[in-house]
Design a protein around this ligand. Structure first.
Ligand code: NIG
Ligand code: ZN
Length: 426
């Protein structure tokens, strides 16, 4: 459904205006209109400006009107890196990590991602759909209007396709838009241990062509990491994916500095993600090639790893996006307020940079900066209204969502004023 709405009298209309990724210093400019208004027609933003000017041109009687007096209005958040469709949970693994076991040790002994693979293979389509729906509702509560979702808990053709098909149905059912990523080489399945090259061959020969033919994903991704897939294996797989017309993403330099950042620049990836250990040279090359750095502070926090060098990256003119990495293992959260807290308090990002990273740069990280991520004429009417007069309340109210209303495609889909109610219907 697409709606017609006027939002008026916004104390701060934080437009984040722009149609491409913001690099370096550009990330600080939120392009705020005080006493602002937005007109949305048929789900698309029609006009943006001062309330007085807008109301001279548009008749309130023709629209649903929302008065945002004393409130801040922003673009909906774009969570550009998640693994939200999965079977089972790994609460036990969390307690092992508290006891001192590392994420990679757990993975090595057959836990971690591979244990979610078992549960996801066993889960029915319906079970994955239902749990996915619940997680999307939770994201909506935090003000997310577009999310990227990855496969990667199948490691076989059937389950990888099942995950992507579940996301397809969710995209057609739930108000949140989903950008789908095929992450077939997410871990080495037990029966391929020591035969990683053969597993890459299997993905290239047996799975990639099916995903491409059935148009089930827009992006391809790989976990390029020591003891998972090497730079050479990642290059081989991503190059093939590119030939099939996929856009590229890469889990790069998360635990060990392997050269994933450099590879993302070499292949012209849309984004490289994690980057906790990215080298200076890798960062330089990414900035030069316009690869978005998608940083996942929730994961560093949850794994007790050092945070990615956001400040250095922005100072080197990179475009930085922030995302939750929502998954059952390394970072089990869909909390946008947590990401704001970590980015501002521990990664030395300013509040303005963090907002850019979760709006227009999040959109750029999924190659959608031309249609979402800012309040600009011609873009989707995906907007959030805060309970407070300024965007500065977002990280200040630590770990708590300040989002009062969510408007998706011009339709009010969540309203906290009505008792934290979801107001969309499936
Ligand atoms: N690092 C690799 N993949 C995911 C973790 C998935 C999991 O632990 O289940 C990540 O981005 O953090
Ligand atoms: Zn991930």
């Amino acid at each position: 459904m697409k709606g017609n709405i006027i939002i008026k009298n916004a104390n701060e209309l934080v437009t984040c205006s722009g149609f491409k990724a913001k690099q370096g210093k550009e990330m600080s400019d939120l392009k705020i209109i005080n006493d602002g208004a937005v007109v949305i027609e048929n789900g698309i933003i029609k006009a943006v400006g001062k309330t007085k000017e807008i109301l001279k041109q548009y008749n309130e009687k023709d629209y649903k009107v929302i008065d945002a007096a004393n409130k801040a209005v922003l673009p909906g958040f774009v969570d550009s890196h998640t693994h939200f469709v999965f079977g089972g949970y790994r609460a036990e693994e969390f307690s092992w990590r508290l006891r001192g076991d590392s994420y990679m040790e757990i993975m090595k002994r057959g836990g971690g991602i591979v244990s979610t693979v078992k549960a996801t293979r066993e889960a029915s389509f319906e079970e994955l759909f239902k749990s996915g729906l619940k997680r999307l509702d939770s994201m909506l509560f935090f003000g997310v209007t577009t999310v990227e979702g990855k496969s990667g808990y199948g490691l076989d053709c059937e389950t990888e396709l099942k995950q992507l098909e579940v996301m397809d149905k969710l995209d057609n059912t739930h108000p949140i838009d989903i950008a789908k990523t095929f992450l077939g080489p997410h871990a080495v399945p037990k029966d391929y241990k020591g035969r990683e090259d053969e597993f890459i061959d299997f993905m290239i020969d047996e799975v990639l062509p099916v995903v491409a033919e059935r148009k089930l994903a827009e992006f391809c991704d790989i976990f390029c990491e020591k003891n998972v897939f090497s730079v050479e294996q990642s290059r081989r797989y991503l190059k093939k994916a590119k030939e099939y017309g996929f856009k590229l993403k890469i889990h790069a330099d998360e635990i060990v500095q392997l050269g994933g950042a450099e590879l993302s620049a070499e292949l012209g990836a849309v984004s490289a993600d994690h980057l906790l250990q990215a080298s200076d040279e890798g960062i330089r090359q990414m900035a030069e090639k316009g690869v978005v750095a998608t940083l996942l502070p929730g994961t560093a926090f949850s794994l007790k790893e050092p945070y990615a060098r956001a400040r250095y990256m922005i100072d080197q003119n990179l475009a930085v996006a922030l995302a939750t990495d929502m998954n059952p293992g390394s970072c089990h959260t869909e909390s946008i307020p947590l990401i704001f807290a970590l980015a501002t308090l521990y990664m030395n990002m300013t509040i303005e940079e963090a907002i850019t990273a979760l709006t227009i740069n999040g959109a750029a990280a999924i190659d959608r900066a031309d249609s979402i991520g800012s309040i600009d004429v011609g873009k989707k009417g995906d907007i959030i209204i805060l309970e407070f007069p300024s965007y500065k309340y977002i990280p200040y109210h630590i770990g708590v969502s300040t989002v009062e209303k969510v408007i998706k495609d011009g339709v009010l889909v969540f309203n906290k004023e009505e008792g934290a109610a979801l107001c969309y219907k499936i």
